[in-house]
Design a protein around this ligand. Structure first.
Ligand code: NAD
Ligand code: TYD
Length: 357
């Protein structure tokens, strides 16, 4: 079986669905190891928990005893490490949790997994993999004319989030270099799709629009992100797990650079068609607000290494992926209700109340 940290979160949860759909008949079980923070929701993977093919360990990756116990109990052949604090704005308001989970937690997971791996039989040891899921934000910010990030672009993280992810990437690299620990790292661009927590741009805009609330665009709205449909990312991870070269990093992206304002207007037009407002067009709700401090201008991924070495290519375009995403949010009220707790409303006050239009 494989152990998935953060498997109740957005990408980890989609990965669990992808894993079982991809395997069809021969279903290798998974164990999800998750602290269930505000961003973790077991409802996302309930169907697989109910089927018995997925198990859930509710614990912190920084709790070494809990990690050790899970490794002894489940004896995974691979660790897929998704668990992280993942939202840039939250890292600006409170960086401590990011250092705890992304750096200390990754260290604890690496130490316990290395101890587990080192006592495996030779054949299991050779087959074992630790796949670290990371972000393109470790490379910093591009100007409009800079070439896209490649695997050799120098790290220059700008937010507490990206700095803590960069720290975790360096630890993973060092464990391969020093101990021969069998690591793989992926650095992916911005994901979007089903089960996306509505603090991030795309789900926040869809849900605010449906409620007739302002659509808060930071700064001039011209920042660029390179969007990838989440299932394309999940498939890339499966393929890197199968075919990746040990110790290597792979950049994952869909060559879909879009300005924030264009993302928001695309969502508005989609909603105009699917669920027209009585009170006018959704674009009327767009509100420019105070910029994010240290806001990275542009991210872009050069995916040529993963295309060439692994043969991965995304299946979705930005248009087809946004269509699926908007439709999913229209169809899944129960999931949306399950994540919008009082804590979520507190976050909206913390992040948006001080931003003068
Ligand atoms: P998310 O915030 O939606 O989910 C994170 C999950 O990790 C949650 O289930 C949470 O409960 C769990 N978690 C947090 N702290 C934990 C801890 N200490 N111990 C155990 N579990 C813990 O994040 P996501 O968007 O699904 O991102 C998953 C991974 O992918 C992260 O490592 C992130 O850096 C990376 N990534 C995300 C994106 C993106 O666009 N969302 C892009 C590239 C890479
Ligand atoms: P986000 O989804 O938080 O991802 P990241 O910061 O990791 O790229 O934000 C995507 C872009 O959207 C980013 O440039 C910030 C911008 N943004 C807004 O303009 N308004 C918002 O309310 C949010 C959450 C993000």
């Amino acid at each position: 079986m494989i152990l998935i940290t953060g498997g109740a979160g957005f990408i980890g949860g989609n990965f669990v669905h992808h894993w079982f759909e991809r395997q069809r008949a021969s279903s290798e079980p998974v164990v999800v190891f998750d602290k269930l923070t505000y961003a973790g929701n077991p409802v996302t993977i309930q169907k697989h928990l109910d089927s018995g093919l997925a198990s859930l360990v509710h614990a912190d990756i920084a709790d070494r005893d809990a990690v050790r116990q899970a490794l002894v109990q489940y004896r995974p052949r691979a660790i897929l490490h998704f668990a992280a604090e993942s939202h840039v704005d939250r890292s600006i308001h409170g960086p401590g949790e990011f250092i705890h989970t992304n750096m200390v937690g990754t260290f604890c997971l690496l130490e316990e997994t290395r101890a587990y791996w080192s006592q495996l039989a030779e054949v299991d040891k050779a087959a074992f993999r630790f796949l670290h899921v990371s972000t393109d934000e470790v490379y910093g910010s591009l100007s409009d004319t800079d070439p896209a990030f490649s695997e050799t672009t120098a790290y220059a993280p700008n937010s507490p989030y990206s700095a803590s992810k960069a720290g975790s990437d360096h630890l993973v690299r060092a464990y391969h270099h020093t101990y021969g620990f069998p690591t793989l790292t992926t650095n992916c661009s911005n994901n979007y799709g089903p089960y996306h927590f509505p603090e991030k741009l795309i789900p926040l805009m869809i849900l605010n629009a449906l409620e007739g609330k302002p659509l808060p665009v930071y700064g001039d709205g011209l920042n660029v992100r390179d969007w990838l449909y989440v299932r394309d990312h999940c498939e890339a991870i499966c393929q890197v797990l199968e075919k990746g070269r040990l110790g290597e990093t792979y950049n994952v992206g869909g060559k879909n650079e879009v300005k924030n304002i264009d993302v928001v207007t695309t969502i508005c037009r989609k909603l105009d068609a699917l669920r027209p407002r009585a009170a006018g067009r959704y674009e009327d709700l767009i509100t420019y607000v105070k910029d994010r401090p240290g806001h990275d201008r542009r991210y872009a991924i050069d995916p040529s290494k993963i295309e060439r070495e692994i043969g991965w290519r995304p299946a979705e375009t930005f248009t087809s992926g946004i269509d699926k995403t908007v439709q999913w949010f229209l169809d899944n009220d129960a999931w949306i209700d399950s994540v919008r707790s009082g804590a979520y409303r507190d976050w909206l006050n913390t992040n948006y109340q001080g931003r003068v239009a």
